[in-house]
Structures are given as C-alpha cells and as structure tokens.
Design a protein around this ligand. Structure first.
Ligand code: 4AD
Length: 431
C-alpha cells in the first residue's frame, strides 16, 4: 500500500510503500540508514538483514543523495522520539539515481549560489518548512475571510491605472490600447466589487518596480487585498487584528513540525492577542524622538523606526492617521484634521516590519476627483472609479496584507526571498 509519510502514524506494524527521495544516507555495507522525504514529511528507513535481502542491501548501497525511490517496509514507532516513525525496509525500487553529485551539500553555501540553484534549494528542509507555513497562512486567510462574510473576487493583473503611485509601475505595451501596467494592488477593483457583494478579498501576484534592495522588498509579491462596505477606519483595524490572530493560531496549530525545523521560538507567538497597540502617526513620531530617532514629522518610517516602535510590545502595532501628503490619493481625509488620512500600517513584532497597509477610502465624488487631479493622474482612466462615488456611495475601508512579509515574520526567515518559491528582486529574475 502506498502511503504518505505524514500518515505513517496510522500504519504502525503494517507493510507500506513510500515514494520519495533519499536526502541523506549513513551506514556501512552491513546496515544503512536512509533519510527519506516524500514532500509530506521525513522518515528514516533502516536497511539491514534479515528484513533486507542481499539485493535490497545492494540497492541501498547504490543510492546517492537526492535519488528518487519507492521504499517498502514495516512502519515502527521510533524507540526514543515521540511522534517519529521509521521503517524496517524490505524493498527498494530505484526510480532514478542522480547522474552527477547533487550540488547542494551540507556545507555552507553563499546566497548567490543558493538563489542560482533555487530550483534545487527548495528541497532543503528549511525551505520546505517555509513553503508549508506559507500554504497554511493562505488557508487561514481564506477561512478567515469566508467566515466573516468576504467572498473572493479575482482582480485583473493588467491595468490601465496606477493604484500606489507612478514611480513603481512595470509597463507593458498592450496591442493598440497603449501602455498598461502590472497591478500594484487589486484594491480599486475590489472597491467596485463590494458595491455588489458587500465584502470581498483577492489574492494574487502584485508588482512594484521598487529600486529597493532590502530584506523586505520583492518586485513580484503576493498580496491579499480586502475591502468592506460600511466599514470605517476603526472597524477595519479590528478586522485586521482578528485576521492576524487567526493566522497565528492556525500556524501554531498546524505547523509545529515546520516551526521546529525552523527553530522558531513559540513563546512570542502565544502572546499575540487582540487588541493590538494603536499609535497615531503623531504619537509614533513623539515616541520615536523619545527613543532617540531623528525622524522628522512627514517622513515615512524606516526599518529602524519600526523596530523601535515594536521593541517593547508583545503584539503588533498599528500606526494610523498619517499625513495626507505622503499617502495615496484614495485615502479618506480625517474628519478631525484635514492634514491627515484615516489609514493604518500594521507593524509586526520581532523585526517583522510593516505587514499590512490599509485605509478608509474617500467616498465623496468631489473630494476624490480633486485628489485624482492633484496627483496628476489621467482622469479618464479613473472615471469608472469615480463613478462608484456617484451611485450609492458608502463609507468603506480595506487593506492589503503582503503574504511574504507575514511568512517572513512567522518563520523568522532571514530575507524575504526565502518566503516565495521563485523570488523576483531588482537584480534577479532567474530561475
Ligand atoms: O501598503 P501597500 O502599498 O498598500 C496597498 O497596496 C493597498 N492598495 C492595499 C489595500 O489597501 N488593499 O501594500 C500592502 C502590503 C504592505 O503592507 C506590505 O506587507 C506588502 O503589501 N508590500 C510588499 N511586500 C513585498 N515587497 C514589496 N515591494 C512590497 N510592497 C508592499
């Protein structure tokens, strides 16, 4: 019977076959310990007589690192470690023996070498664990949204209008229609969709031609945008913090083996509970000054500033109500101060940095029209967006969560490039 390693616990004492790869081997001609992986988990296969015939012993000897195999044997609980299973092997079918030595060995490799070999590096334990956490975060987000009345609406990637400023657009010539851009965020389209479905989210690749070589910037990253009708600034932050808690709880529930491989300290995780800290931008600047930062009012927060704001907090920190001048055209002006907007950035703990950006949207036709013009945007491309404020305009808010930023925070990956299967950075589009 073929099984997945993740199900081995249900087959103790039975003879089963696992289909996978041998990533390591120890032993001598008398006994071999095969370290096997099949994508669902890891398992040791013990190859020794009398269970293993001389032919099976020979097959084990032939296997080199990353050879693919089907291995048959009896499953046993590991004598020392709880929840660990091994196999007493009595059959080996070799699927493919590597023709050359596998390039990624146990020795230290530099980042360039690993990134050039990303197609192989993905097989490494740590990279495997990060991708599994990523998958669980995606599931958690889908479940959270569906439970809270949001439906998934797929927004376009090719767009004639900019959402997040003209400086980071990737341009494409689109037949006879002129220049279009790769989407920076599905937000504007979600705003149209919620006037039909009330609450919506999307999840897709987004693109920023960012000339930033930081550990937190990709040029292609996956964003979950969410948008909700009748939800105002404060309620939007409540949705965001509940979503982050749902993600953390799910990862703690479903990813313990992965977090163990990643040597993730679970204690800070357990402290993540609502309500998150809320600081207005003005309060944040005052706090930063008191902590020795020389940031000026009106500047964006740098990496160090974000670190200072969260260093004494067990929970992520909302910095909200930013100066209008440094934020996008669509944000709603703060009714209590026309220089500010009703927006928020959510800063993660443990050096995670900004993981969410959100805001209440301007719902007045006149004010939004003026903002489009002031920004120097091509009015005709935004007429449909302005229309939304002409026909049954409602207060509404939304936010965008950067998937890789969240995965980096949760896994404590050194660099964001490890959190996406094939990273696209300013200086890297291969493999
Ligand atoms: O703050 P941003 O730019 O917000 C928007 O795009 C809104 N339109 C979203 C919305 O309201 N629906 O981006 C949202 C999040 C950031 O908080 C960050 O997590 C992530 O997207 N992000 C990036 N992640 C990786 N690499 C980059 N270059 C990123 N730029 C933004």
């Amino acid at each position: 019977m073929n099984i997945l390693i993740q199900d081995a616990k249900n087959h103790v004492g039975q003879e089963v076959t696992i289909r996978g790869w041998m990533y390591n081997k120890r032993g001598s001609g008398k006994i071999w310990f095969l370290e096997l992986r099949d994508g669902s988990g890891f398992m040791q296969g013990v190859v020794a007589p009398p269970a293993a015939s001389p032919d099976v012993m020979q097959a084990a000897e032939k296997l080199v690192m990353e050879s693919s195999v089907k291995v048959t044997g009896k499953v046993a609980a590991h004598p020392k470690f709880k929840d660990v299973y091994e196999m007493q092997v009595n059959g080996i079918e070799i699927v493919h023996v590597c023709e050359e030595e596998y390039p990624i060995s146990k020795k230290e490799h530099g980042p360039d070498f690993l990134l050039n070999n990303r197609h192989l590096w993905l097989r490494s334990r740590k990279q495997w664990a990060i991708q599994r956490v990523r998958d669980v975060v995606i599931q958690a987000v889908y479940d959270f949204f569906h439970k809270n009345g949001f439906i998934k609406i797929d927004t376009p990637i090719l767009t004639p209008n900019a959402c997040e400023g003209a400086t980071t657009l990737f341009e494409i010539e689109y037949f006879d229609e002129g220049t279009v851009y790769l989407s920076q965020s599905g937000q504007l389209y979600l705003e149209a969709a919620i006037m039909s479905v009330g609450r919506a989210f999307d999840f897709g690749p987004t693109f920023r031609a960012e000339k930033s070589k930081t550990k937190r910037h990709l040029t292609e990253f996956w964003m979950m945008d969410a948008e909700a009708a009748f939800v105002e600034h404060e309620e939007s932050m409540e949705i965001q913090e509940s979503m982050i808690c749902a993600i953390v709880e799910r990862v703690l529930r479903d990813c313990l083996p992965e977090l163990t491989i990643l040597e993730r300290n679970l204690e800070p995780f357990k402290k993540i509970k609502t309500p998150f800290t809320r600081l207005t931008y003005t309060e944040a600047i005052e706090k930063l000054h008191s902590l020795g930062s020389d940031i000026k009012f009106g500047e964006d927060l740098g990496n160090d500033d974000e670190g200072l704001l969260t260093q004494d907090s067990d929970v992520p920190v909302f910095v909200h109500k930013w100066p209008k001048a440094i934020k996008p055209f669509y944000m709603k002006t703060d009714p209590t101060n026309p220089e500010l907007v009703c927006n928020d950035d959510l800063i993660a703990t443990e050096g995670g940095g900004e993981i969410i950006g959100g805001s209440q949207r301007e719902d007045s036709y006149e004010k939004l029209k003026a903002a489009v013009e002031k920004e120097g945007l091509k009015g005709t491309e935004y007429q449909w967006y302005l229309d939304l404020r002409k026909y049954g305009s409602v207060p509404h808010s939304g936010f965008g969560l950067g998937l890789e930023r969240v995965v980096r925070w949760l896994t404590q990956a050194e660099h964001i490039r490890e959190t996406i299967p094939f990273p696209r950075l300013m200086e890297r589009v291969r493999p």
